[in-house]
Design a protein around this ligand. Sequence first.
Ligand SMILES: Cc1cc2nc3c(=O)[nH]c(=O)nc-3n(C[C@H](O)[C@H](O)[C@H](O)COP(=O)(O)OP(=O)(O)OC[C@H]3O[C@@H](n4cnc5c(N)ncnc54)[C@H](O)[C@@H]3O)c2cc1C
Length: 410
Amino acid sequence: MEKITVIGGGASGLIAAIYAKTENNEVTILERNPECGKKILITGNGRCNYWNQDQAFIHYHSKNQEKISSILTKENQQEILSFFDQIGIIPKIKNGYYYPFSNQAVTIQHALIQEAKKKNVTIIKNCLVTKLTKNKDKFFLTTSMGKMESDKVIIATGSYAHPKTGSTGIGYELAKKMNHTIIPPLPSLVQLKADLGSLKKWKGIRTDAILTLIEDDQEIRQEQGEVQLTEYGISGICTLNLSYHVAIGLASGKKERIKLNFFPFFPSQSPKQIQDWLSEREKRCPDDTLGESLEKILNYQLVDVLLHDNKEQKEKKWHQLTEQEQEQIIKKITALEISMIGTNSFEEAQVCSGGVPLTEIKVETMESQKIKNLYFTGEILDVVGDCGGYNLSFAWISGMLAGKAVRSNQ
Ligand SMILES: Cc1cc2nc3c(=O)[nH]c(=O)nc-3n(C[C@H](O)[C@H](O)[C@H](O)COP(=O)(O)OP(=O)(O)OC[C@H]3O[C@@H](n4cnc5c(N)ncnc54)[C@H](O)[C@@H]3O)c2cc1C
């Protein structure tokens, strides 16, 4: 009987094993943790945002972006949704974001483990794989439980992100030993550090804003939503969605700045239009000082921080400010630029960019272009999805493709 080994029982490894199993093969998951799917449990704040209705490719990022469309085809998307339906998962869909109806990530973890067991997949827990070699047609694995052999191997070990969950980057070493190159992994979907100066005092404030990422002198991406202002920089979903570009840009010596517009209800108004709007506003509340007027719109602490160097103007009325002072205030509120100096660490990152390049695998099957019968799934590959279920979407589909390929290739 053909032996298939899946290294790593996370999101993509579980799906790969379930799809790989037939009556004519032995499929074994080797998982270093005492349980499979530990990371699934912390996804979506414990609710597991496992899919998104909007599967446009702009939500996925890779050095080889053009390859993604061959993996996330409409048919593959449909098939994985049918899979979750068949194993009994009922989605709760909120703005296109899929969660299990229970609102509990454990529902997805248990359902996948149960399905693997029902299919007679062998799960060996507490088994750390430290070395992988190939001689002729056989793979040889060195593990914490001794030496093992296999005919086919799927590497589903994840990345460096959240290493507490078991993904400590060993997979990259295994891939390198199998002649693969690794695009240097960087934290992604992660909080950003900025050169803040007196803005540090905005720590703890949450507010809606439009964030525009400027790389060198080019605006490359815009996100709108709640931003969390921290002592070291910025956080929140829209920040995380910009972090892929910021981390890679900074690592390659680019200047990364983020422009914050705290008046998101004016997405594209010119400074002159905002100036006029504030003048009109003053007519309605003629007794308000600038500070009082702004505190009726924004978090009062944010007004304090933004006008830290404009204390005199804050106490004046809008029309009493010179045109230049008005322009300066408007810039601080709608076009505040902060320079990025780094990201938080792999410990805090939800995922990693980099990994095995998509050019080194056959995208229809996830099989290595370099080593026959070796496959890669999930986050070890150079694909990052936005927040919103995209990383699990990729884990499921890449796992499914590898599982189907090892099965049909018997
Ligand atoms: C806090 C947080 C929240 C997230 N929320 C979401 C979300 O809501 N939606 C979404 O789409 N994505 C989310 N993600 C991302 C998503 O969880 C990952 O992209 C996905 O789990 C990757 O699946 P994987 O199979 O590649 O790796 P993992 O799920 O990390 O699984 C890898 C497995 O391999 C095991 N392993 C590693 N090395 C070895 C070895 N040498 N030997 C044996 N076993 C090994 C690990 O223990 C682990 O169980 C979140 C991530 C984090 C950290």
